[in-house]
Design a protein around this ligand. Structure first.
Ligand code: DP6
Length: 336
């Protein structure tokens, strides 16, 4: 039995739209920060006597997607025997906090440990993105870029986590699942939003600005590029038919609080993925003040603290936070 753990990531320049075709290629280049402590774990065990793979999420998740992914990954990694897979996370799942990214990065890492040959980083990235596009970025630590294309180096580290000790606070405004999953939201935006082409066009400039800001550790430049890019992604999504509105009233209240903090002299910047939660970047020294301000916004249910994190790791034992999930998991052979 093998465990692997992987961190979630937050996109500073978003992946929002796949290229046409069924190859799961992104329509544009994205840039993310791997988030320390927002972790998913994957347990994988070979089951030579089982007739088929067994898969489970704790709490329950989309087993059909997981089963298809395991079949594809086993094929590409040359794992002949059926496997038993359990996935769990230490933060709210399917709520716009990138749990699918950390889950599929952890699972890809655990399955790779069963492969007879050691797969290259490029091959692993090409597998992970079939589970969830953003998962390929969680295979690396720190600031990570993912660009379209099959050739080597599609997913690269721009800077390691220790390059820039930023604070990241996730203001959780709602613990429930997102209304429209990213996959469907992206498809709808690409197929129906009149703003989709404009969104892809401006993404390149946001990417250049964000990359330069990471290199020079310029929080204002990175924060303003990330905010602009997030708002443009949501503008494109709002233009879809039917429209995609991922925000709640509390989401807007948190945006306004971040802007108020900035007006009062505290550099803090937000970004929002396909859900109502708001992630805020700031200097570590300002983090306690920013956290208090966010926690005081009516409707914020909790704040998760993070900072730049590292790549996935394999373990022989479950991480302490995952032990309860292993106890509640259905026995081999049963569906979650
Ligand atoms: C808004 O990676 O979850 O978080 O490839 O369909 O699984 P699929 O989508 P997913 O989408 C992430 C969308 C986003 C932006 C981002 O992480 O870049």
């Amino acid at each position: 039995m093998i465990w692997a753990v992987a961190n979630a990531n937050v996109a500073l320049v978003k992946y929002w739209g796949r290229a046409p075709g069924d190859d799961h290629q992104p329509a544009g280049t994205s840039l993310s920060l791997t988030l320390d402590g927002l972790v998913s774990g994957a347990r994988v065990e070979e089951r030579p006597d089982a007739g088929a793979d067994h898969v489970a999420w704790v709490p329950p998740g989309p087993v059909g997607d997981l089963r298809r992914f395991v079949a594809l990954a086993r094929g590409r990694l040359g794992i002949e025997r059926p496997v038993d897979v359990l996935i769990t996370s230490n933060f709210p799942v399917a709520a716009g906090l990138a749990s699918s990214a950390s889950a599929y990065a952890a699972l890809t890492t655990a399955l790779a440990a069963l492969a007879t040959d050691i797969p290259s980083a490029d091959r692993l990235a090409a597998i992970a993105r079939r589970g969830s596009g953003s998962a390929c970025r969680s295979l690396l630590g720190g600031f990570v870029q993912w660009r379209p294309g099959e050739e080597a180096g599609a997913v690269t580290q721009i800077a390691p986590p220790e390059h820039w000790p930023l604070a990241v606070l996730a203001a959780v405004t709602d613990n429930g699942p997102k209304r429209v999953p990213s996959r469907e939201g992206m498809r709808r935006t690409r197929d129906t939003s009149p703003y989709f082409d404009a969104w892809l066009r401006v993404g390149a400039a946001d990417l250049d600005a964000a990359r330069a800001a990471v290199r020079s550790r310029d929080l204002h430049a990175l924060g303003t590029a990330a905010e602009r890019n997030a708002l443009r992604m949501h503008a494109a999504a709002l233009g879809a038919d039917p429209p995609l509105l991922y925000w709640e009233a509390t989401t807007v209240a948190v945006i306004r609080e971040v802007w108020r903090l900035r007006e009062d002299g505290t550099p803090a910047y937000f970004t929002i993925d396909a859900g109502p939660q708001v992630k805020v970047l700031c200097e570590p020294a300002d983090s306690p003040r920013v956290e208090r301000a966010l926690a005081d916004v009516p409707g914020v249910v909790r704040i998760l603290r993070s900072r730049p994190g590292g790549p996935p790791r394999t373990l022989r034992e479950p991480p302490a936070w995952a032990v309860h999930a292993t106890l509640g998991a259905p026995p081999v052979g049963e569906e979650a």
